[in-house]
Design a protein around this ligand. Structure first.
Ligand code: ADP
Ligand code: MG
Length: 228
């Protein structure tokens, strides 16, 4: 359904040597499940996630989505892919504090050119375990609650894939557990790809754990018995 072929990324910083962040990634994904991309800081996890999610472009290689190669993507195809096919969740939540929680979730629909619908927002907030006052703003929430809002914002687009970059990186371990449990539930109906440097979380929750080092995949393990 979704794969990366010979994906390479070399950053060209000004006044510094080029950085080969990805050195030929080949990987395939199915329709659902929770997949961890695990590795030490600097090994290329975020770079890979950003390329898979269409937030950045490869130096070489391609992603193939339902048979279509990113090599043939126009800018509009990339915009559509980002806006309709995938949802993102980040370590730092990336919520807008000048808007209420409900508006934050609704904005994701507006970006798709759809009208935010109050009922739909309620359904999503419930789905991620939040029932909040109409006027609450992100700055008035705990880290775990903020991450739930970010997940609701990703979900309301009904994406086929959710990409989460260190979604528990700013949370204590109990709250991190709760967020991963939620993502795990959601992964029954869609693909959830989580970047993490936490080996324990990865092997506890992952249906599959892909380990990276130095811009390459070094291990790829399917786990039949991962917990929910
Ligand atoms: P990870 O998410 O595993 O910590 P990254 O994908 O962020 O790793 O980074 C991989 C490598 O690419 C690192 O050496 C990092 O310093 C470098 N890198 C990441 N982004 C940039 C950038 N915009 N410009 C230059 N180098 C970068
Ligand atoms: Mg990273």
């Amino acid at each position: 359904m979704f794969e990366a072929k010979n994906l390479e990324k070399t950053y060209m910083p000004k006044n510094a040597a080029p950085v080969e962040a990805l050195k030929g990634i080949n990987v395939q994904f199915g329709e659902n499940g929770m997949i961890f991309i695990l590795g030490k800081s600097g090994c290329g996890k975020s770079t890979l996630l950003n390329l898979l999610g269409g937030l950045d472009y490869p130096t070489a290689g391609e992603i193939v989505i339902e048979g279509k190669s990113s090599a043939e993507f126009t800018k509009l195809d990339y915009d559509n892919y980002r806006n309709t096919y995938v949802g993102f969740v980040f370590q730092e939540y990336n919520l807008l504090n000048e808007f209420t929680v409900r508006e934050n979730v609704g904005l994701a629909l507006q970006l798709q050119g759809k009208k935010p619908n109050g009922e739909q927002i309620d359904v999503m907030l419930k789905k991620v375990g939040l029932e909040l006052d109409e006027k609450r703003r992100p700055s008035e929430l705990s880290g775990g609650q903020k991450q739930r809002v970010a997940i609701a914002r990703a979900l309301i687009k009904e994406p086929k894939i959710i990409f989460a970059d260190e979604p528990t990186g700013a949370l204590d371990s109990k709250t991190g557990n709760e967020i991963l449990t939620l993502l795990k539930e959601l992964s029954r109906d869609r693909l959830v790809i989580v970047v993490s440097h936490d080996e324990e979380f990865a092997y506890r929750f992952g249906d599959r754990v892909i380990e990276m080092a130095d811009g390459q995949i070094i291990k790829d393990t399917e786990q039949a018995q991962a917990q929910a």
